[in-house]
Ligand binder design. Sequence first.
Ligand code: 5GP
Ligand code: MN
Length: 343
Amino acid sequence: METTDVFASNSAAELKEKLAGASNIVLTAHRSPDGDAVGSCLALWNHLKEGDIKSTVVLPDEFPGFLNWMNGQDYIVLHSLNPNRAEELLASADVLFCLDYNASSRVGDLQPSLDSSKAFKVMIDHHQQPEDFVDLMFSDEKSCSTAEMVYRLIESWGEEGRVSAETSSCLYCGIMTDSGSFRFPSVTPRTHRIAAALCETGIDHSSIHAKVYDNNREGQLKLVGYAITEKLQVFPEYKAAIISLSTEELDRFGYEKGDTEGLVNRALSLEGVNFAAFLHESGDRVKMSFRSVGKFSVRDFSSKHFDGGGHHNAAGGASFDSLSDVVDKVISLLPEYADQLAY
Ligand code: 5GP
Ligand code: MN
């Protein structure tokens, strides 16, 4: 069964007309942008540009180095590096896209500018329980990625025939990274058909995978080795595993943003483990990544105890408590969820 098409209504066509008449289109994504966030923004940026519609990508902060090959990345305005320019762009935007997030708090320090912007706001997102802060909402929690939804928007405009290799590479990266390389349950026959269409534009899918996943520095690989050897705590009675890393530990291996991407999935890959948590210090806070298989909703867990969110099986949050307090809190909560964790 295909999912219902959120782009089937005529609002997608009306959006296209609005874009053609707009003078300042801004594309934003969430804080700590990942492959889907950057891929979705740059795919839309490239596609609009090739249709003679100018836009600007504004991101709250840096994205990991393994994403720095996408066409248009040099023109991205980072709020963390260039706050005045980023804020000006949001203030003067007439159309503002919110890609890969569904709550304005997800853009971090960019939130006041987002909230006060008078632009017509358009959300394209696949997380659960969207907040109502936009004028037009394309929300599909069944979609494996925002990039897949961006392709569907392009399809609804009847423009899939002119999708370039540049646009395709960005979309492929977004779909690939958010679907665990096409292996999560959210991947549908349609996802594969979209991937096939992207491949037909002449992209090198194998090299995209290699750029993202086979580009480790020595320190990064050693950090992963250290985390698994020294820092993995397994709780077989709760089918749970936790890894935590302090700033000191991260720095010892020359940590760069993105180095621990996927680490939480290594903990989840343990036989018999249904819940994995990766917690690490990041500036003034502790960043949490939660993953589960089966019944246990890490989204509910994260939103209830850590004011976070995400999806049923992949969620996250942040805390201003100390790393050891957060680790203790996660461990102390396990007995409460013993029944759900058993499956
Ligand atoms: P990751 O563990 O890869 O950072 O995030 C996993 C999922 O949880 C993503 O879908 C992401 O959007 C969501 N997520 C991560 N951190 C937060 C957070 O602080 N707040 C909310 N609401 N969602 C988050
Ligand atoms: Mn996503």
